[in-house]
Design a protein. Structure first.
Length: 248
């Protein structure tokens, strides 16, 4: 059994609600904060042990002072993980995948997971190497998105994109050098949105697997947006387009 920790009111609540089989123990500070009391009540309702410790002890467990006095010990081996093969088998007309080609910052990965949950993304796909991975910081920033959206780490992004294409998914990659803008398409078919790494953008092989390259319009002095911000803009344009398709 491999234990790890997730922290913060929202992340802990979602873990207790969505993956109770992986939850082992709630470790928290004593106090009268209503949100903390709500989490404690939820843990006790699920018959999980609740242990009270100092804020300093929680900071030692999590490596941060921003734990909100609320830490959950989890069994990593019991965290349910969807496979990429299951992902392929479940593709439908409105499938939506987010592919992150080597994002390094766990805060960006967490923010992308949070937006992916809000936008109804079926799965987020990342490379096993040269990428941030799921940890306590990612779970905290994702605010529940890490528990609700499957995060699939694949060996080869380019090969996985090829398999998605063979399964009928259209691949849209983002690039500042693209000739087309994000508003030039409708997105009513199964699709994967591919976002590049901070600074470097899409890798060559990833770019070559895309059916279309798209860009966001930039009217100011900065050359690009933060990758998690750009992801949010793109996903919500896809949502808007799909809503228009449904109404039409």
């Amino acid at each position: 059994m491999s234990d790890s920790y997730t922290y913060g009111f929202h992340a802990v609540t979602k873990m207790l609600q969505l993956m109770p089989e992986a939850c082992l123990e709630l470790i928290c500070t004593e106090g009268s904060n209503p949100r903390l009391l709500s989490v404690i009540a939820l843990a006790r309702k699920g018959q999980f042990p609740v242990r009270f410790e100092t804020r300093e002890h929680l900071a030692t467990l999590t490596g941060t002072e921003k734990h909100q006095g609320c830490v959950l010990r989890i069994d990593d081996s019991r965290v349910s993980v969807q496979s990429f093969e299951q992902c392929l088998a479940g593709i439908h007309q409105r499938s939506l995948f987010l592919v992150l080609d080597g994002i390094q910052d766990p805060h960006n990965l967490g923010a992308c997971l949070r937006t992916a949950d809000a936008a109804g993304v079926d799965a987020v796909i990342i490379p096993k190497d040269r990428s941030a991975s799921l940890n306590a910081t990612v779970r905290k920033v994702a605010a529940g998105g890490a528990e609700s959206v499957p995060l699939l780490a694949v060996t080869n992004i380019a090969r996985s994109l090829k398999q998605l294409k063979q399964a009928g998914v259209w691949i849209y990659g983002t690039s500042g050098e693209a000739a087309s803008g994000i508003y030039d398409f409708d997105y009513c078919s199964p699709l994967a949105l591919v976002m590049g790494a901070e600074g470097d953008g899409l890798r060559r092989l990833t770019r070559e697997r895309c059916d279309y390259l798209i860009k966001l319009p930039m009217f100011g002095a900065v050359e690009s947006l933060n990758v998690s911000v750009a992801t949010g803009v793109c996903l919500y344009e896809i949502m808007r387009s799909r809503m228009a398709c449904s109404q039409g």
